[in-house]
Ligand binder design. Structure first.
Ligand code: GTP
Ligand code: MG
Length: 192
């Protein structure tokens, strides 16, 4: 699949999720894992989604229309320590509500930083998706930060810890522009 057009459509901050007849693909993961960067990378647009080295940048649900045929949905990151407990609960509810009620949601891509051990929240998200029968794929991000053999070791650790199959894992680097073809063909299989 080639991305011919990408446009920001809307942001929502409350539970009035955007309704359309287009299929939706959502990106989730802890704050700072590289969700917004990955959306820019696969859209081949530098500043479509706002990125930041400060965690917690994306606090809204952002909808991007690609090829005028499907939405990429940038979800707020979880696990950002610098927010109050109340705020965390609100974000969690907001996220879960979106995931449970979006009728056109075709697949959730859960992003994991190659350097990090998956957190309890990552595991909770995987269980949540599984119990709600929402298709999920894992995207490993920032592989440019490690050597090839370190990446292989981390992949072994991550898939083992999460109990996921290698075939459900897509390995990427937005910086080095790696994994675009694999990610786009996976997305195509859900929206095509
Ligand atoms: P929140 O919106 O806070 O949830 O973060 P996010 O998951 O959208 O992350 P974002 O794309 O804003 O990236 C966070 C930081 O990671 C930024 O400083 C990016 O430059 C950096 N980053 C993203 N992708 C890559 C990558 O492939 N390689 C490297 N080395 N850094 C990356
Ligand atoms: Mg973001």
């Amino acid at each position: 699949m080639e991305i011919k057009s990408a446009e920001f459509v809307t942001s929502v901050a409350d539970k009035n999720f955007y309704k359309s007849s287009y299929p939706e693909i959502a990106f989730v993961g802890r704050s700072n894992v590289g969700k917004s960067s990955l959306i820019n990378f696969i859209s081949r647009r530098k500043n479509l989604a706002k990125t930041s080295s400060t965690p917690g940048k994306t606090k809204l649900i952002n909808y991007f229309l690609l090829n005028k045929s499907f939405f990429l949905v940038d979800l707020p990151g979880y696990g950002y320590a610098q927010v109050s407990k109340q705020e965390k609960t609100n974000w969690g509810d907001f996220l879960e509500d979106y995931l449970k009620t979006s009728k056109n949601l075709k697949c959730v891509y859960l992003l994991l930083d190659v350097r990090r051990t998956p957190t309890d929240q990552d595991e909770q998200m995987i269980k949540f998706l599984y119990f709600n029968r929402i298709p999920m794929k894992i995207v490993i991000t920032k592989t440019d930060t490690l050597s090839r053999s370190q990446v292989a070791n981390q992949l072994f650790m991550i898939t083992g810890k999460l109990g996921v199959m290698k075939s459900d894992v897509i390995v990427t680097s937005s910086l080095d522009k790696k994994g675009q073809v694999e990610l786009l063909s996976s997305i195509e299989s859900f929206v095509g």
